[in-house]
Design a protein around this ligand. Structure first.
Ligand SMILES: O=C(O)CCC(=O)C(=O)O
Length: 297
C-alpha cells in the first residue's frame, strides 16, 4: 500500500472497486473507513455489554485485551472484511495482536504508532478503530494529521534521545515535542473522523493521530482499537530499541484469532525472542486476563 507499485499490485490480485478505493485512500491519506454491516452492529452491542462492566469500576481509561474474555471483541478484532482489506492493502496476512476498549474520548496527544509497535521491514503495522456507537463531534473523536504517514518515521534517537535504553519519560519530554514540531513544519492539515456504529477506521502505522478534546463531559465514545501486525516480520517495541544500530526490543505478539502467538522472523528466518517476552506471552496465554488501565487522578 505504501509502495509505488500499489496499482500494479491491485490489478494483479484482481481487486474489486471497494478494495481499490480502500487501499487508495489508505495510501493517499494514511486513513480509510469501512462499513462492516448489520452483523457487525449487533456485535458492537454485544461488545459493549461484555466490556461495560470493566468501566463500572470507575476511573477506568481503557481495557487492554478484552478479547481474552469477550467473544464479541474477538470477533470484531478479527472481522473477515477488515482482514481481507488489509491483506489486499499490505500483500501479507494480517493478524490482530492487541485490543483496547474505550468508553470515552481519550484526548490522547497526537502520536504515531511507530513509536509504540513497529516492524522490520518497516510499516507492516496498522490500527483499526471500530465505533461501538455513533460518534458525536463533542465526544472527543479520533483526530489525525492527513497524509502524515508519508513523513519519515521518527525514532527516539531521531528525537534526540541518545541513551542506550530510552526511558518512558523521554517520550513526553523529547519524542512528542519533536513529532509535534515536525508536524507543524509539514503544514499538513488536522482532521477528525465521525464514524457510525459498526464502521471501522484504519490508520497506517506512521499516521499521526490522537483523541480530540471532549466538549461534552457527559458524552461517551465507545470504541474498540485493534492493533495489527503482518506475518513474516520482526516485531519490536521502538521506544526501547535503536533500529539504526540494529538493536531491537523484540516482541512475541499474540494472535487474537488463535489465542497463540506469531513468532517474529527476520530475513526469512525465525528471530530469537528474549526470555522476558516469552514469559509475558506465556503468562497472557495461561491467565487470559484483560488489563484494566486506571486514569490517573
Ligand atoms: O481513540 C483514540 O482517541 C486514540 C487511540 C489511539 O491512539 C491508539 O489506540 O493508538
Amino acid at each position: 500500500m505504501e509502495s509505488s507499485e500499489l496499482d500494479t499490485h491491485l490489478r494483479r490480485i484482481g481487486a474489486d472497486s471497494e478494495t481499490i478505493d480502500f487501499c487508495t485512500a489508505l495510501a493517499d491519506h494514511g486513513l480509510a473507513t469501512l462499513d462492516l454491516g448489520e452483523d457487525a452492529r449487533a456485535l458492537c452491542d454485544q461488545a459493549v455489554a461484555e466490556t461495560d462492566p470493566y468501566f463500572a469500576q470507575g476511573h477506568v481509561g481503557r481495557v487492554q485485551d478484552a478479547w481474552l474474555r469477550s467473544k464479541a471483541v474477538r470477533r470484531l478484532a478479527t472481522h473477515p472484511k477488515v482482514m481481507a482489506m488489509l491483506a489486499a492493502a499490505y500483500g501479507r496476512r494480517p493478524f490482530a495482536f492487541q485490543t483496547l476498549n474505550f468508553q470515552r474520548g481519550t484526548q490522547q496527544a497526537v502520536h504515531s504508532d511507530t513509536i509504540h509497535f513497529h516492524s522490520a521491514p518497516e510499516r507492516f503495522m496498522c490500527g483499526v478503530w471500530i465505533a461501538l456507537e455513533d460518534i458525536a463531534p463533542s465526544a472527543g473523536p479520533l483526530e489525525y494529521v492527513d497524509a502524515s504517514h508519508k513523513l519519515p518515521v521518527l525514532t527516539m534517537q531521531g528525537a534526540g534521545v541518545n541513551r542506550p535504553e530510552p526511558e518512558p519519560q523521554d517520550y513526553v519530554q523529547h519524542y512528542l515535542p519533536a513529532l509535534h514540531g515536525r508536524l507543524a513544519a509539514s503544514g499538513l492539515p488536522h482532521a477528525t473522523v465521525l464514524p457510525r456504529k459498526g464502521q471501522a477506521v484504519v490508520w497506517a502505522a506512521n499516521l499521526a493521530h490522537g483523541g480530540a478534546p471532549i466538549n461534552d463531559p457527559a458524552s461517551t465514545r465507545r470504541s474498540l482499537v485493534t492493533h495489527m501486525y503482518f506475518q513474516g516480520c520482526l516485531y519490536y517495541t521502538p521506544m526501547t530499541s535503536d533500529p539504526g544500530s540494529d538493536r531491537f526490543s523484540v516482541r512475541l505478539p499474540a494472535d487474537v484469532a488463535t489465542g497463540g502467538w506469531v513468532w517474529p522472523r527476520r530475513n526469512g528466518r525465525r528471530a530469537s525472542v528474549p526470555p522476558p517476552a516469552l514469559v509475558e506471552a506465556l503468562r497472557r496465554r495461561v491467565l487470559r486476563r484483560p488489563y484494566v488501565h486506571h486514569l490517573s487522578a
